[in-house]
Design a protein around this ligand. Structure first.
Ligand SMILES: [Zn+2]
Length: 62
């Protein structure tokens, strides 16, 4: 049921590179998480709904 190996890295929405932030699909939920990217040297707000990563935008287009 709980799988320690089932982790994935949150990807920077700006550059698409994996950051050091790990989440566990099915376990972790992030909402408006301030994600620091060491490559861009800036912060992006991301969300993770438990299955996939969502880029958070102040003006939703969908
Ligand atoms: Zn980046």
């Amino acid at each position: 049921m709980y799988n320690h190996k089932q982790k994935m890295k949150i990807v920077c929405p700006r550059c698409g590179r994996p950051t050091g932030v790990m989440v566990m699909p099915g376990q972790t939920v992030l909402r408006c998480f301030p994600l620091w990217c060491k490559y861009c040297k800036c912060e992006s707000i991301v969300s993770f709904d438990g299955e996939s990563q969502r880029s958070w935008s102040p003006e939703p287009t969908a």
